[in-house]
Design a protein around this ligand. Structure first.
Ligand code: SF4
Ligand code: SF4
Length: 287
């Protein structure tokens, strides 16, 4: 079972919910894999404290242009849909940060002037976390815009004999879609505020566009926020669990502690979450 944790914006508590559910399931004797696809700012490791066993650099293809062979036909730049190439009167310019490594220019150059080079965009670390959770995260190089290929590499570590808990990037852009496109279920974590609701609506519409089943976790609940409840009811979005506004949770978060390890009164909240996801997917177990 593959469950992604997403949110319309950062800071909603998405990672808090994901790491605590991973811990809860592992504690309940499930084999769990935690994959952090929030490659621009991965922080699951702060809570799950993995022992890192291996680090693998991730590279993408970039074209290398031999200006001596180039006949300045302009075919490569006119066909590159990412505007990563510009044909000037005497040479071809490459903007590596725009290149998606699709390889089209290499194939269509009539003069054989373009070959494949490599550019490192980040790396993957893999290890074992508490309760024997298998841990994988991708770390994008600072300033690197190409999150997608690194997310795909993290997903290459999927293990089907585990419950896969996937921390998606926040927001609603392309990396989020790349992360959730092949999951069984998306847990949207939101806050009961006007901003939270605004971003939740956009994130839900993205997940619905690709037909993903969605459930909601309301974090930092502090009394009923009517517009959120009306939106959820109108759109038939089930509430899987809630977590209250609690300074103790915030304090443990800031120290890198797991909520259910330090505040056992919240174990039931994560049990609700696990049971509701399973029920909505029509499964008797997570195995
Ligand atoms: S397609 Fe090849 S020959 Fe034409 S401009 Fe690009 S590099 Fe030069
Ligand atoms: S590899 Fe693809 S994205 Fe990169 S420059 Fe060539 S055509 Fe453009």
């Amino acid at each position: 079972m593959r469950i992604a944790f997403a949110s319309g914006k950062g800071g909603t508590g998405k990672t808090t919910v994901a790491v605590n559910l991973a811990f809860f399931l592992a504690y309940s004797q499930q084999k769990v894999q935690y994959l952090d696809c929030d490659v621009e700012e991965p922080n699951g490791h702060i809570f799950l404290k993995p022992h890192i066993e291996g680090r693998t650099p991730v590279q993408i293809m970039v074209p290398v242009i031999n200006q001596d062979l180039c006949i300045n036909c302009g075919k490569c730049s006119s066909h590159c849909q990412f505007n990563a190439l510009a044909t000037l009167p005497n040479n071809v310019l490459l903007f590596p940060e725009l290149c998606h490594g699709c390889g089209l220019c290499v194939r269509i150059c009539p003069a054989g002037a373009i070959t494949e080079g490599k550019r490192e965009i980040g790396y993957i670390e893999k290890g074992r976390a508490i309760k024997d959770i298998e841990f994988v995260h991708g770390i994008l190089n600072v300033g690197e815009p190409m999150a997608g290929p690194l997310i795909n590499k993290v997903k290459g570590y999927y293990r089907d004999d585990c419950v896969q808990i996937i921390d998606a990037p926040p927001g609603t852009s392309c990396p989020v879609v790349k992360t959730i496109i092949d999951v069984d279920f998306v847990v949207m974590v939101t806050e009961p505020t006007p901003f939270g609701l605004h971003d939740l609506k956009i994130a839900v519409s993205v997940a619905q566009t690709i037909n993903k089943p969605i459930g909601i976790v309301i974090n930092r609940e502090n009394g009923e926020f009517k517009p959120l409840m009306e939106y959820l009811s109108k759109n038939r979005l089930p509430i899987l669990a809630t977590l209250p506004e609690d300074r103790a949770i915030a304090s443990h978060y800031s120290e890198g502690n797991l909520v259910i390890e330090r505040l056992p009164l919240y174990i039931d909240n994560f049990m609700d979450l696990a049971v509701n996801i399973r029920r909505l997917l029509g499964k008797k177990t997570f195995g």
